[in-house]
Design a protein around this ligand. Structure first.
Ligand code: ZN
Length: 137
């Protein structure tokens, strides 16, 4: 069994951002030499997420609007009594979830035809990391 750990760094220019990271994950898998296994891609933060879906600009805007509708940015969250202002960012992270696991088959990510991996930032303009853990033979 082989294990390999990589870290990706992010510092987005905008407060919210959706970043396509499939090519970097593919490169990590290729470098690991793992032929059969899984890769865990996990945001190491409580105001960010990782998800798998279509790489299509209209859909990304739809996802952003859907999250904003369910967890709107405003100042009424109880979390803000701690002096923070990112209550919505925590809730958006819960909706998207913080990690995905993708199978590796024959040395490649075994994604469906339209599945792509994204990093979702909900409280940007600061340093963030994503853990990439590759496990297999
Ligand atoms: Zn907070």
């Amino acid at each position: 069994m082989k294990f390999r750990t990589e870290y990706m760094k992010f510092h987005t220019k905008t407060h919210r951002a959706y970043i396509h990271i499939t090519p970097q994950i593919e490169a990590f898998v290729s470098k690991s030499g793992v032929q059969e296994g899984i890769v865990l891609v996990s945001a190491m933060h409580i105001t960010a997420g990782v998800y798998a879906n279509d790489n299509e600009p209209g859909l990304i805007e739809d996802i952003d609007q859907w999250l904003e509708k369910l967890a709107p940015y405003n100042r009424s969250y109880r979390h803000h009594q701690t002096g923070e202002d990112n209550g919505d960012s925590h809730l958006k992270s819960l909706l998207i979830h913080h990690e995905v696991v993708v199978p590796i088959t024959a040395g490649k990510l075994d994604l469906g035809p339209w599945q792509r991996i994204f990093y979702a930032e909900f409280d940007g303009q600061r340093d963030k990391r994503v853990l990439v853990k590759i496990m297999g033979e």
